[in-house]
Design a protein. Structure first.
Length: 113
């Protein structure tokens, strides 16, 4: 299984970014997928989850601002991030669990105030 995240960058507070994760080596359409993030000096935390049936869930601080989605044909996972805040600054990782945890190489999101 390989996961490759992209789309991070520097954005001003209130701005938007769209993260993308390309997946290979798994039956993507049948696999639950997640986005995690890790801010400097903090533990990695779950940001959003999307099931194989497209059911979604979000960490409280991003509800109403972030949207997780998936394209099963292209085998891609997305995270649309709107109304970004400085506290959203972190390295963002895509993740799945198929017998064990798989992590993509993270992508850095920096939100300036």
């Amino acid at each position: 299984v390989q996961l490759q995240a992209s789309g991070g960058g520097l954005v001003q507070a209130g701005g938007s970014l769209r993260l993308s994760c390309a997946a290979s080596g798994l039956v993507f359409s049948r696999t639950n997928m997640d986005w995690y993030r890790q801010a400097p000096g903090k533990q990695r935390e779950l940001v959003a989850n999307i099931s194989s049936s497209h059911t979604t869930s979000y960490e409280d601080s991003v509800k109403g601002r972030f949207t997780i989605s998936r394209d099963n044909v292209r085998r891609r996972l997305y995270l649309q991030m709107d109304s970004l805040k400085p506290e959203d600054t972190a390295v963002y990782y895509c993740h799945t669990h198929v017998w064990r945890d798989y992590w993509g190489k993270g992508t850095l999101v920096t939100v300036s105030s």
